[in-house]
Design a protein around this ligand. Structure first.
Ligand code: ZN
Length: 281
């Protein structure tokens, strides 16, 4: 079974515009049209059985609309292959209510994005909502590291992540982008081996430019050697396949992972087995 634990789609009416805006800001092209249907098509092409959407609330009001959609999507998740995490913003003082409602509606986890949410990850507002999410058995996926669209914006670096691991000790937290996009030396040293999941999204291969040309250095993701070292040190049982579709091709992301030199057992854990257990499928 193949499960993509990190994908994005947008409301059909605005998907085109949103993709163009984000792709321009990040100078990183897209590989699906940003709709649920487009993602389904990409999944069929890549042989992905399930994909989990990671919506982000960029202000304290957005959770309502996003989560209503997530609840509806999840009702048919087993049949149509798409699940969605819920969104929440650190400014939400009603976080208990939001998380209770998410759990009641069968949502498996929440997505946080310190850069988009303009809050350092070790902020007390994140800590308390993560602690409460854990008490409800929810997974927590957090964007980790820099964001390609916000160069140098440091809010989800290892120095912000480690206090959360040490203080809150979340059981089912997932650090996106192999623990911290473009913080991979620090991840290898300080985070690999800790009790946390890493997703593989937007970490292997090359970044394909959207607007301006990119230099080879600017297009670089993590090296295959470092990826392998981190997998060995961290343990394949705590690594989850993610593509960040539409920002990477699911098919290419899978091919990159499959050709990197992992054993069959490690591959099957990363490609779906770990996620299957977490999602209870
Ligand atoms: Zn993402």
């Amino acid at each position: 079974m193949v499960i993509d634990m990190h994908t994005h789609t947008f409301p059909e009416k605005i998907a085109g515009k949103v993709l163009d805006k984000l792709a321009t800001a990040a100078n990183s092209t897209y590989f699906a049209d940003g709709t649920n249907e487009g993602l389904r098509g990409a999944m069929d092409e890549a042989g992905v059985d399930y994909a989990v959407l990671m919506p982000v609330a960029t202000n304290s009001q957005q959770y309502e609309k996003i989560n209503k959609k997530a609840f509806i999507l999840n009702e048919q998740g087993e049949e149509n292959g798409l699940f969605s995490f819920a969104a929440i913003h650190p400014d939400n003082s009603n976080f208990k209510e939001i998380l209770n409602e998410a759990a009641r509606n069968g949502v498996k986890g929440i997505k946080l994005h310190p850069v988009y949410q303009e809050t350092e990850f070790d902020d007390i507002r994140y800590m308390r909502l993560i602690d409460y999410a854990c008490s409800l058995g929810l997974m927590i996926t957090v964007h980790a590291g820099y964001d390609v669209g916000y160069p140098g914006d440091r809010k989800a670096a290892p120095e912000h992540i480690l206090p959360v691991l040490n203080t809150v000790k979340p059981e089912k937290m997932i650090l996106a982008h192999m623990g911290g996009w473009r913080f991979w030396d620090e991840v290898e040293e300080q985070i690999a081996g800790r009790d946390v999941y890493l997703d593989t999204s937007y970490s292997l291969g090359r970044i394909t430019s959207y607007a301006a040309p990119r230099t080879p250095q600017d297009s670089a993701q993590m090296s295959r050697e470092q990826f392998l070292r981190i997998v060995k040190k961290h343990g394949a049982d705590k690594i989850l396949f993610g593509s960040d579709s539409p920002w990477s091709s699911q098919k290419t992301s899978l091919e990159d992972l499959e050709s990197i030199g992992l054993s069959d057992i490690e591959l099957s854990q990363i490609k779906g087995e770990n996620a299957r257990i977490l999602l209870g499928l």
